[in-house]
Ligand binder design. Structure first.
Ligand code: MSP
Length: 456
C-alpha cells in the first residue's frame, strides 16, 4: 500500500506563516498516520519560484529572482524542519529536473494537438498570478489583492480547456476525482457548468520562468509550471492519493490540472481536500497591516508541538476562521498546560513518589473514532477524541482524590492512569511527535518534567 500526499508549493514572495503551515502540518499528520498504518508514504512539498510576482518581489530587494528564490526557499525548508515536518521530497520549480520535465510535458501536449497559438487580450492579476474577468472584480479591483488587475495584450499559446467540460463534470460528479468537502465539489461543478474558456498557458511579457520549447520568446504560465511539480517530483508514485489545498486555489487544482492529465491520458488524482482560510484579528494577513504570524514566532511562543497543536485544533479544517496571538495563548494554557500537561505531571509525580513499577502494554492501533475523523481531514474532531480521554482522566483523578489515596489502592489506580496516559501518548504521536515521546519517557523513567510551561 502506498500513500502519496502533497501540499501546494508555496510562492517565494512571502515568508512561511501560519497560513502555509495550516496545509503543511495537516499533510504531515496524515503522512504520519499512514506511515503508522505501515503504508509506503510519499509526502511532497516545495516552492513555486517563477513568474511576475516573484520577479517583482526580487526586484524590490535588488536581487536576481534566482538569488531571491534561493533565500526564501531555504526559509521554507527550514521552517518545515523546525516544525518537524517529515517530508519525503522538497521540490523547487527552478530545479533543472523540474524544468526539463515541464518542457517535455508541454511538447507532448503540443503534439497531442490540444495547444494552439493566439493573442490574449484582457486582465491579469499578478498577486493571484491569474487571468481575471470583469465579473470577478469588485469595483474594478481584484477582491483578494485590493488592486486593479493589469490590462495585457500579448501573444500566447492556449490550452483547449473548454472541450473537457462534460468529461470533467462527469468525473467530479461521480467522484472519480473526489473533491471534499461536498460544498467545494458543488462550487467546482457550478463553475464548470457556467462554461469553461480555453486558458493561456504562456506569456510574452514575463521573463522569469521556463521557456516554451518550441517558442522560446514565450514563458510558460507559472500555474502550468507549478501544477506539474506533482508529476515532475512524484511520477514514481502517481496517481496522487491526496492533494491538500486552500480554497483559493481550487479551480487550478480541480479544473485545469485534471484537464491537463486527461489530455495526456494520465490517471487523475484520487482526492482533493480543500481547507478554509485563516484570518488574523479579522483581517487577511499582510505585511502592511503587520498581523502576519510567522512560523518562527509561533514556535518561539508555544514550542514545536504547541505550534502544531494550535494550528490544527483552532478551527474546523474545511471552514474559514479567525485566530490571534491572544487566542492561541489562551488555548495553549487551557488545553496544553492545564489539561494535558497537568495530567501527566500529576500522575508521574505521584508514581515517582510511590516508586511504582510499571511497563505500559504494547502500543496498539489508533482508536476507530480517531481514524474516522482523520480519514475526513477532521483534525479538530480527531484531537477532540484525544482530549475527551485527557479530560475524563483529570476528572477521574479529582473524583478519586488520588493524591490522598494510599497503599495498594493507590498503586492500582496509578497503574491504571499510567496505562491510559501511555495510550494518550500513542494517539498523540502523529500530531505531537516530540511530546508523545517525552510522555512515554516520563512514564518509563518516572521523572516528572513540565511539558508545557504556562504562558502569562
Ligand atoms: N504557488 C501557489 C500554489 C501552487 S500549487 C501547484 C500558491 N502559493 S501560496 O503560497 O500563495 O499559497 C499556497 C497555499 O498556502 C494556499 O492554497 C493555502 O493552502 C495556504 N495558505 C496561504 N495563506 C493561507 C491562509 N491565510 N489561510 C489558510 N491557508 C493559507 O498559491
Amino acid at each position: 500500500m502506498k500513500f502519496f500526499i502533497t501540499t501546494p508549493i508555496y510562492y517565494v514572495n512571502d515568508l512561511p506563516h501560519i497560513g502555509h503551515a495550516y496545509t503543511t502540518v495537516a499533510a504531515d499528520v496524515l503522512a504520519r498516520y499512514h506511515r503508522k498504518k505501515g503504508e509506503k508514504v510519499f509526502l511532497l512539498t516545495g516552492t513555486d519560484e517563477h513568474g511576475a510576482k516573484v520577479a517583482k518581489a526580487a526586484q524590490e530587494q535588488n536581487k536576481t529572482p534566482k538569488q531571491f528564490a534561493d533565500e526564501i526557499s531555504a526559509q521554507f525548508e527550514k521552517s518545515w524542519k523546525d516544525l518537524n515536518i517529515q517530508y519525503d521530497y522538497f521540490v523547487r520549480t527552478t530545479d533543472p529536473e523540474h524544468e526539463k520535465y515541464v518542457q517535455n510535458f508541454l511538447n507532448d501536449l503540443f503534439k497531442k494537438g490540444v495547444i494552439y497559438p493566439g493573442i490574449y487580450e484582457g486582465l491579469y492579476c499578478t498577486g493571484c498570478e491569474a487571468y481575471k474577468t470583469q465579473a470577478e472584480l469588485v469595483e474594478g479591483l481584484c477582491p483578494d489583492h485590493n488592486c486593479p488587475p493589469e490590462i495585457v495584450k500579448e501573444k500566447v499559446y492556449y490550452f483547449g480547456l473548454s472541450k473537457y467540460r462534460e468529461e470533467l463534470t462527469e468525473i467530479i460528479e461521480k467522484n472519480q476525482l473526489l473533491v471534499e468537502p461536498e460544498s467545494r465539489k458543488k462550487e467546482v461543478l457550478n463553475f464548470i457548468k457556467a462554461g469553461l474558456k480555453d486558458v493561456a498557458i504562456s506569456r510574452t511579457q514575463v521573463e522569469w520562468g521556463i521557456k516554451l520549447p518550441w517558442q522560446p520568446e514565450q514563458t510558460i504560465y507559472v500555474w502550468i509550471d507549478a501544477l506539474l511539480n506533482y508529476l515532475s517530483a512524484g511520477y514514481r508514485y502517481w496517481p496522487v492519493d491526496l492533494h491538500l489545498i486552500g480554497k483559493d486555489i481550487l479551480r487550478f487544482h480541480a479544473i485545469i490540472w485534471p484537464a491537463m492529465l486527461l489530455a495526456m491520458d494520465l490517471p487523475l488524482p484520487k482526492k482533493i481536500y480543500v481547507h478554509g482560510y485563516l484570518t488574523v484579528e479579522g483581517k487577511k494577513m499582510s505585511k502592511t497591516l503587520g498581523n502576519v504570524i510567522s512560523v518562527d514566532l509561533l514556535i518561539k511562543q508555544f514550542g514545536v508541538d504547541g505550534a502544531r497543536y494550535l494550528i490544527l485544533s483552532s478551527l474546523p479544517y474545511g471552514l474559514d476562521g479567525d485566530v490571534s496571538e491572544s487566542f492561541f495563548t489562551r488555548k495553549y494554557n487551557a488545553d496544553l498546560a492545564n489539561e494535558l500537561g497537568n495530567l501527566v505531571q500529576r500522575v508521574v509525580t505521584l508514581a515517582s513518589r510511590e516508586k511504582i513499577e510499571f511497563t505500559a502494554k504494547e502500543k496498539g492501533d489508533l482508536p476507530k473514532d480517531l481514524i474516522e475523523k482523520l480519514d475526513k481531514c477532521d483534525f479538530v474532531g480527531a484531537l477532540g477524541e484525544i482530549w475527551k480521554k485527557v479530560k475524563a482522566e483529570n476528572q477521574k483523578i479529582d473524583r478519586e482524590k488520588l493524591w490522598s489515596q494510599k497503599g495498594e489502592k493507590l498503586e492500582k489506580l496509578l497503574k491504571e492512569h499510567l496505562q491510559i496516559i501511555s495510550e494518550i501518548a500513542n494517539d498523540l504521536e502523529i500530531f505531537m511527535p516530540q511530546i508523545a515521546e517525552d510522555i512515554t519517557n516520563q512514564i518509563k523513567t518516572l521523572k516528572p518534567q513540565v511539558l508545557f510551561p504556562k504562558i502569562k
